[in-house]
Design a protein around this ligand. Sequence first.
Ligand code: FE2
Ligand code: FE2
Length: 120
Amino acid sequence: MLHDIGDIFAPYNHDEYAASILRPFVREQCSWVVEKHGDFQIVYYGQHVGGNQNKREKHRGHTFFDDCATFCERWDQSSFDPDCDTLPVSHFEARVHEIFARTPYDPAVLRPGAQEKLVN
Ligand SMILES: [Fe+2]
Ligand SMILES: [Fe+2]
């Protein structure tokens, strides 16, 4: 839900912008996926805008490469489908409050290198 925050303020690097806001409050795995998702998402539309569809390849081998590919495939890309089954914003409200109420840069939250299975 938060991976595109700042898109209106940073249309050319919204992924980095969003990651900089989220980084103090989420696991490293999550902030890395947010920061790099633009490089992965272009695989789906690069051919239509003259972009490099293989931009994500520069990240291949990174611990979180597959996580970012999965994130884009399961959620980011599929959300462009007008028939995508979504929950109302109110469903996420308490979770968003909980995330931004965390102590910034809490090592117990950031857990550098930790890799959790991505779930809905
Ligand atoms: Fe995005
Ligand atoms: Fe997105």
